[in-house]
Design a protein around this ligand. Structure first.
Ligand SMILES: Nc1nc2c(ncn2[C@@H]2O[C@H](COP(=O)(O)OP(=O)(O)OP(=O)(O)O)[C@@H](O)[C@H]2O)c(=O)[nH]1
Length: 801
């Protein structure tokens, strides 16, 4: 009977694959039925009724794995919704209790301090150590010496814990994979890659400062990857703490509906706990480290009115984003706690709302309710849409389903060098990853064996035999790049990688002593592999090593790590802006390279045109080479050499020697000599044609423009506007709050050197700013002239020597 069912299931899947392709455009309706074409004319409602009927029987019959494997061969035959609807109870239960979350926020908001509490309350660590604490141990997640010394997070750190949520006398255990990310913009790639693979996030805000410049950046990143978030207003013990200001700012500045789901009991020094507005219960922390939670129905009189008022606001805000609550609200009824919780969950996962909780990590208050909220309101892996591209189907998008029985698909999102070799962090999107298993790298098509799998706990690791779908782990002994997709070899899937911003600043670097050369190269190789925003190249003429990155702090940290971890002292040059070059007009070219004076000569003629490429979604695209030669005037081999010449020319633009972006070169004709033509001749001819055409096509210097956000108390607004005007910044927006204001502007990177010290001076140290690469734009004419003149002079001096 069972064999029969499996066979039937397989036929059904095949039938659908063959004849129901037109149904693929309606992925919500699953139709595992050979008579599907007949059904095409029926109404959606009737299809919905039939939906999954055969599948659910098959899945429950124990033939699920066979069906799912078949389905995996043809993903259009099963939809994510259908598989999830039909998961067996054990699998559904497992997924429902997994949370992959990140903690992201502005610098110094308390991410690491809060994570330390989370680890302590979940039993992962036995004692709490503070960031820059007196015991000199440092927080668990800041494992690097440099992090502990500076009190900042530089690398994101992954850990996991189990949280037992208690509600109405019932206990439920959740498995949480957690990534603590750095706050500083220079390490933004760490946030970027964490958010790429996480299902939800906790956005921490400071109760005094509210939404800060980096909160805005983190918000943008969360939107980029559609990451739902809960918000936690930390530092409620600080003087001037005002969680409602933070709530208002989330609504106004981040433009996402937000409402407090708690109100504080007491404030500043006398902050004691919170009132849960959903269940109307007061929550206090007791015990030496706040480990005991005491809940009571007795809400202190002093906060009773506030709690009622804010509960109303919470319901009203929810009514704006959730239809069910809207209906209850319009009927002038009061939703039950269960209805409110369900609505918060729906709206949060739909990215329409963020519930705001509050507490003080340092004072050990109200962190546990935040953990409950992670379980209650952030999605489990099966509630998040994760897509891959199917190479068989012209890169059509397919949904991945966190089901253990499906073939394995995972994404390597972070690489780290460890004492035991390269450690690759992998998010398993579907299927299981097992020790000893062979996996395929979708980019390189190479097969590798997985020798060791570990779960990371900051810098410690715990060996495991296998990792289930929807989880995060790290593996040893896999050679790959950040962003590579791995599969079990059966599925030609690849996942889109994360957004890697262009470096904006560079400096020359060399070891002080030549005997350190080998360690210097080792360090450079490692840093480059680990961090896609850190780039290294050698200037061919000067043989200088140039490093580029996201900001001065970013490069400083690598210089410091070189000294500490590789014992290499280095000499660095002045930081330089990472300029780019491009053309602005279309020009045609006809270039002949001819040297035929005795002996073997050189001959190559290339003809075609050069033109600006249209702008892409992120601005200037990478330059592009095309051949449209007909009639074989230039052979394939020589055209390949032309392409090489083009790429070499793009690496080193004619104006400043910086890379060329947004330029297309087309070769459509030319000529070859029987004996004197060579690959080298065509390569050089293309380079020469490129340089000539580039000037005629009105080549320009591009400079990086930075999205800059400055926040300071209102009294300094005039000073800041003055400072920004002096730097020719384009002010896009000014928001004036009760106490402070935020200006968003586009500034050139060049004009922003030294801005931090001037800002400090102009605001008595109270102003702060964040800067993020926005796009490249033509540099002002005068600056271009100066830069080109300087470059030409150094080139001329070099030739004289
Ligand atoms: N008063 C008060 N101080 C806090 C609280 N939480 C954290 N801090 C302090 O704020 C400072 C920054 O805390 P961290 O936990 O390092 O902040 P972070 O957000 O991880 O910092 P980065 O990763 O460097 O961006 C430390 O000195 C903490 O002791 C809190 O609830 N109340």
């Amino acid at each position: 009977m069972r064999v029969h069912r499996v066979a039937r299931a397989a036929t059904l899947v095949e039938a659908r694959a063959g004849s129901v392709r037109d149904f693929a455009s309606r992925p919500r309706f699953l139709c595992l039925n050979a008579s599907a074409p007949r059904l095409a004319g029926r109404t959606a409602g009737r299809l919905e009724q039939r939906r999954c009927f055969s599948l659910s029987r098959i899945l429950r019959s124990g033939a699920a794995e066979a069906v799912l494997k078949q389905a995996a061969a043809d993903p259009s035959s099963l939809t994510q919704e259908a598989i999830i609807d039909n998961l067996d109870d054990a699998e559904r239960g497992r997924l429902a209790r997994i949370r992959n979350i990140g903690i992201a926020a502005h610098i110094d908001s308390g991410k690491t301090t809060a994570t330390e509490r989370v680890l302590f309350y979940t039993g992962r660590i036995n004692s709490i150590h503070e960031v820059r604490g007196k015991d000199a141990v440092g927080a668990k997640m800041d494992s690097m010496d440099l992090e502990r010394e500076k009190g900042i997070t530089i690398q994101s750190a992954a850990t996991f814990c189990d949280w037992v949520k208690k509600e109405n006398g019932k206990e439920e255990k959740y498995h949480i994979n957690l990534i603590d990310t750095p706050g500083h913009i220079d390490f933004t790639i760490e946030v970027e890659r964490a958010l790429r693979v996480l299902d939800g996030a906790v956005m921490i805000l400071c109760a005094v400062s509210g939404v800060q410049s980096q909160t805005i950046t983190v918000d943008r990143q969360m939107r980029r990857y559609n990451v739902p978030r809960i918000s936690f207003v930390n530092k409620m013990d600080r003087m001037g703490a005002n969680p409602f200001k933070a709530v208002e700012q989330i609504n106004q500045k981040l433009r996402i509906a937000a409402a407090a789901i708690q109100v504080p009991i007491g404030s500043e020094d006398s902050f004691q706990g919170v009132v849960d507005l959903i269940r109307m219960k007061a929550i206090y922390n007791e015990g030496a480290k706040g480990e005991i939670i005491r809940e009571t129905d007795e809400i202190p009189e002093s906060v009773q009115k506030l709690a009622e008022e804010k509960r109303k606001v919470m319901i009203e805000t929810l009514a704006d984003v959730d239809d069910e609550i809207a209906e209850i609200f319009l009927d002038e009824e009061i939703p039950t706690p269960e209805q409110i919780k369900a609505a918060i969950r729906r709206a949060t996962i739909a990215l329409k709302f963020t519930p705001v909780l509050m507490g003080s990590a340092l004072a050990d208050k109200s962190v546990q309710p935040m953990l409950d909220a992670v379980c209650d309101y952030l999605p489990n892996p099966s509630e998040v849409e994760n897509l891959a591209l199917d190479k068989r189907r012209e890169e059509a998008q397919v949904k991945l389903v966190s089901y253990n029985s499906l073939p394995f698909v995972g994404l390597a999102f972070k690489l780290e060098e460890s004492n035991f070799g390269q450690l690759t962090y992998i998010r398993v999107y579907q299927g299981k990853l097992k020790k000893g298993m062979n996996v395929f790298n979708a980019r390189s098509d190479k097969r590798v064996k997985v020798p060791r799998i570990v779960r990371m706990h900051s810098n410690e690791m715990e060996e495991v035999q296998e990792i289930g779908a929807g989880e995060i782990c790290a593996v040893f002994g896999i050679d790959c790049s950040s962003g590579d997709t791995f599969t079990d070899g059966g599925l030609p899937y690849s996942m889109s990688s994360m957004f890697v911003p262009e470096p904006v600043i560079s400096l020359s670097i060399k070891p002080k002593s030549s005997s350190d050369g080998s360690n210097f190269s080792k360090a450079m190789n490692r840093f480059q592999r680990e961090d896609p925003t850190f780039r290294v190249h050698v200037e061919p003429e000067t043989q200088e090593t140039i490093i580029s990155g996201m900001g001065e702090l970013h490069l400083d940290i690598y210089v410091e790590r070189m000294r500490r971890e590789y014992k290499v002292e280095v000499i660095t040059g002045q930081p330089q802006v990472a300029y780019r070059e491009t053309v602005t007009e279309r020009v045609e070219f006809d270039h002949l390279l001819k040297k035929q004076t005795g002996g073997a000569g050189d001959y190559a003629r290339v003809m075609g045109w050069m033109e600006p490429l249209p702008m892409g979604p992120n601005g200037y695209e990478q330059s592009h080479f095309e051949t449209q030669v007909t009639g074989g005037t230039i052979s394939e081999k020589f055209l390949f050499a032309c392409q090489k010449g083009f790429l070499a020319a793009c690496e080193k633009g004619p104006l400043l020697g910086h890379p060329v972006l947004g330029t297309k070169m087309v070769i459509n004709d030319g000529a070859t000599h029987m004996t004197d033509s060579s690959e080298m001749a065509f390569k050089i001819a293309t380079q020469q044609a490129f340089r000539k055409a580039f000037k005629e096509a009105k080549g320009v210097v591009l400079e990086p423009l930075m999205k800059t956000t400055v926040t300071a108390p209102n009294e300094f607004q005039g000073n800041i506007v003055g400072l920004l005007n002096k730097r020719n910044a384009i002010i896009n927006d000014t928001e004036i709050g009760i106490e402070d204001f935020t200006i968003t502007a586009d500034c050139s990177m060049n004009a922003m050197f030294g801005f931090s010290s001037q800002l400090r001076a102009a605001t008595q140290g109270k102003g702060e700013f964040g800067m993020e690469f926005s796009h490249y734009s033509s540099a002002p004419g005068q600056l271009q002239k100066e830069l080109i003149a300087k470059y030409e002079k150094t080139q001329a001096d070099r030739h004289k020597k």
